[in-house]
Design a protein around this ligand. Structure first.
Ligand code: COA
Length: 202
């Protein structure tokens, strides 16, 4: 049994079809691979931004914005107005200030010489304040990061911003629980030798 001319024609058409289908399949594989690679590269860039943003940010009196990831930005600011309503949900997550009222919080904000807000868009996701004479002594207080945002470097970035702001001050204090000691040690704090004295009027 041999090939007829017509058979060759059909054979060639079949082969052309196979080529077309293979080419389409290869294009699909390539497109999937490119998209996967693209996403991987973008994810790595985003992670890089996060690390660089946290480690290399400089702050000034007007506050500073840095990229936290490709689709979100963290804004650390000493000047952006914080309302009592912004802060209330953060204080509710703390063990020392869950019952503060909006009025009390606003009085506190008004009388604190240095307040730092960490914002994501319009949402306050971190807070800290400082009581200080801006020369000899400073006490950092009320450091808190909104729970879903913890463990992502926001707390570290806030403390670094505060230390930059207070770098000329002779001594900086803060009180913390045993479980936070390591967090502050990594940022340069040491356990004080002398015990603190405390009195709670009323
Ligand atoms: C403490 C706090 C402000 C830290 O903020 P954060 O954004 O979560 O901190 P970071 O992401 O910068 O964490 C930095 C490191 O400290 C560790 N860390 C942070 N808080 C910790 C805690 N409570 N216990 C143990 N480790 C903690 C993190 O695991 C991370 O470790 P790593 O660098 O080895 O990964 C935040 O956890 C918080 O708001 N806690 C509740 C309120 C509070 O306790 N405030 C402190 C009052 S002194």
């Amino acid at each position: 049994m041999g090939f007829m001319f017509e058979d060759l024609d059909v054979y060639q058409k079949g082969m052309d079809l196979v080529d077309q289908v293979t080419a389409r399949a290869m294009a699909k594989v390539k497109s999937v691979a490119r998209s996967f690679l693209g996403r991987t590269i973008l994810a790595n860039i985003a992670a890089g931004f996060r690390v660089v943003g946290v480690e290399a940010t400089m702050w000034d009196a007007r506050g500073h914005t840095f990229g936290a990831s490709m689709d979100e930005t963290l804004d650390l600011s000493f000047t952006r107005a914080i309302g009592g309503e912004d802060l209330l949900p953060l204080f509710r997550q703390t063990y020392w200030a869950p019952k503060r009222s909006v009025d009390q919080i606003e009085g506190m904000l008004h009388n604190s010489p240095i307040v730092l807000g960490a914002w994501q868009g319009r949402r306050l996701i971190g807070f800290a304040r400082v009581l200080t004479d801006d020369v000899y002594r400073a006490v950092i207080d009320d450091i808190v990061v909104d729970e879903p945002f913890r463990g992502r470097g926001v707390g570290t970035a806030m403390v670094k911003a505060l230390l930059e702001r207070l770098k000329h001050v002779e001594e900086i204090f803060l009180g913390c629980d045993a479980k936070e000691v390591r967090f502050y040690e990594k940022l340069g704090f040491n356990r004080a030798k002398n015990p603190y004295m405390r009195l709670r009027p009323g």
